[in-house]
Write a protein that binds this ligand. Structure first.
Ligand code: ATR
Length: 274
């Protein structure tokens, strides 16, 4: 049996098993299974040992271990090194490798948005992108956007965490929490605010009323529409949730483990809506 797991804490709500088990069945990987496991930081060493011993063939890593798992790995891929964030682990040539597929997953999503929102890669060059949060996934978002141009401004309640990110990406600008930049075209929520129903980000975007050129993007996809997106929709701004990014990162993780690049078809998309 080839076992794959997603580790995190909390982990109950992870939809990764649903997606990966669906693909494993679809692509006839009959002896494969994907499970979730709630872990503590003290368990990380043992999990990597299980990968080394081939008791586990692949691991997805979610909040809050994307960074803390790094010391237990032998090598990082280029993106994991740049972002200091790992979401996919596997064994190759007797080494335990940490990869980051969040970044390319988000990058693909943004690419797909260009035609839908009348953007081109060139236009993104002139965009001001305002990122809220500096948590585990934020470096992946910055890394994906960096290659597409644009000016990146970041704001986090705990400013020191934004400053840590600036060490990795010196070109980003930092703004105090609660403020917004004079100009911004794309606003991305990478905080966990909105995961719990009713939570709200206290930044006033009301002067964007009826401005259809503004895109509000929330990494959260469950709930489908956070207050951040609902308020934007009511203002008639453009909105998008994190569903496709989640599916894209899963697609690339699956590809690393199996060499199969799975389809993101309607059937998979529907699995997230159950
Ligand atoms: P971690 O910080 O451990 O990586 P995360 O879930 O990846 O955890 O990130 C949570 C993000 O949401 C952080 O940017 C966090 O801000 P802090 O760094 O100040 O903690 C942000 N966040 C969560 N709750 C928040 C709140 N009530 N107000 C403002 N920001 C919040």
């Amino acid at each position: 049996m080839r076992k794959y797991i997603v580790i995190g804490n909390p982990i109950t709500h992870s939809l990764s098993p649903r997606i990966h088990n669906h693909w494993m069945k679809k692509y006839h990987l009959v002896n494969s299974i994907y499970e979730k496991r709630k872990v503590e930081i003290k368990n990380l060493k043992q999990i990597i040992k299980e990968v080394r011993d081939e008791e586990i063939f692949g691991v997805n890593v979610t909040v809050p271990f994307k960074k803390s798992v790094i010391p237990f790995l032998d090598e990082l891929d280029v993106c994991a090194r740049e972002t200091q964030s790992v979401n996919t682990i596997y064994k190759k040539n007797n080494k335990i490798i940490g990869a980051n597929t969040d970044s390319i997953g988000f990058g693909d999503t943004i690419d797909d948005l260009y035609p839908q929102y009348g953007l081109t890669a060139k236009q993104l060059d002139e965009k001001h992108i305002f990122i809220l949060g500096a948590g585990g996934v934020t470096s992946s978002i910055i890394s994906a956007l960096k290659s597409k141009g644009g000016k990146i401004i970041i704001s986090n309640r705990t400013k020191s965490k934004a400053e840590e990110l600036k060490k990795l990406f010196p070109k980003i600008e930092i703004l105090d929490w609660g403020k917004k930049p004079k100009i911004c075209d794309i606003i991305i929520n990478t905080t966990s605010i909105g995961l719990i129903e009713g939570e709200k980000i206290n930044i006033d975007f009301s002067n964007y009323n009826k401005d259809k050129s503004k895109l509000f993007y929330d990494l959260i996809y469950n709930p489908k529409e956070t207050n951040f997106l609902k308020d934007a929709r009511l203002r008639e701004n453009k909105t998008k949730n994190g569903k496709m990014m989640f599916l894209n990162q899963a697609k690339y993780a699956f590809n690393i483990w199996t060499n199969i690049l799975p389809d993101i078809d309607d059937e998979v998309i529907k699995l997230l809506e159950k």
